[in-house]
Design a binder for this molecule. Sequence first.
Ligand SMILES: CC(C)(COP(=O)(O)OP(=O)(O)OC[C@H]1O[C@@H](n2cnc3c(N)ncnc32)[C@H](O)[C@@H]1O)[C@@H](O)C(=O)NCCC(=O)NCCS
Ligand SMILES: Nc1ncnc2c1ncn2[C@@H]1O[C@H](COP(=O)(O)OP(=O)(O)OP(=O)(O)O)[C@@H](O)[C@H]1O
Length: 209
Amino acid sequence: MRVLGLTGSIGMGKSTAANMLRRMKLPVHDADAAVHRLFATGGAAVPAIEAAFPDSVVEGAVDRRRLGSAVFSDPAALRRLEAIVHPLVRAEALAFLRRHRRARRPLVVLDIPLLYETGGDRLCDAVVLVTAPAFLQEQRVLRRPGMTRERLDAVRAQQMPDREKRRRAEFLVLTGRGKGDTFRQLRRIVRRLRPTVATCADEGTDLDA
Ligand SMILES: CC(C)(COP(=O)(O)OP(=O)(O)OC[C@H]1O[C@@H](n2cnc3c(N)ncnc32)[C@H](O)[C@@H]1O)[C@@H](O)C(=O)NCCC(=O)NCCS
Ligand SMILES: Nc1ncnc2c1ncn2[C@@H]1O[C@H](COP(=O)(O)OP(=O)(O)OP(=O)(O)O)[C@@H](O)[C@H]1O
């Protein structure tokens, strides 16, 4: 089984690319979705988060906005949060790989925002980096409700620079030229890695529409 990593800095188009890979019938493990489950009511990370960041748990679930405000401007606090969350997410990703290896899947995807920062690339045979010019990244992120320039700068300061990720990744997918173009770039990569299986039932779908 081959493992394809998918990563990219904030707003570069990772979730969009992950959805496209799902449409190509690839199993995708979404680290962000795993964090959402861990933080929801009854989630495995809630007690540890409550102990470390008491103001960030409201009615039994983690309030992500509050937690984000507490950690993105405080690197030491972010490290404490990561020490709680990353081992749990890693265990889920490993279980996902075991399950699909047993099912003899030829190619699976690990979608991890902090792939390089957490050493997740060591689990992968190749890594796809989604990337776009910085001005486009800013435009996209600043459109999100509640996002400010300060928060964007704080998040970016905590992430490996895009240029360093570009240096490391085996495949670059440029997301600034429309979704149809992104889809075609991804399809080419998947065909290279999984040459014997038809990649997509949706060929010809107009993703720019
Ligand atoms: C701080 C939290 C609660 C903020 O949640 P919120 O919903 O407001 O933002 P979201 O998760 O969508 O993240 C916004 C952007 O910040 C980036 N980001 C998230 N965590 C980190 C981190 N530890 N270091 C650098 N960038 C990060 C994301 O990749 C994304 O680009 C959340 O990001 C979190 O729990 N982060 C720590 C866990 C983690 O490292 N997750 C990322 C990969 S598993
Ligand atoms: N390939 C693309 N072509 C055009 N627009 C795109 C593309 N990918 C993403 N976008 C737009 O950019 C914005 C951010 O995309 P997305 O949510 O996929 O980013 P992300 O990298 O997952 O962000 P984050 O790391 O913050 O979770 C969305 O508004 C989306 O429509």
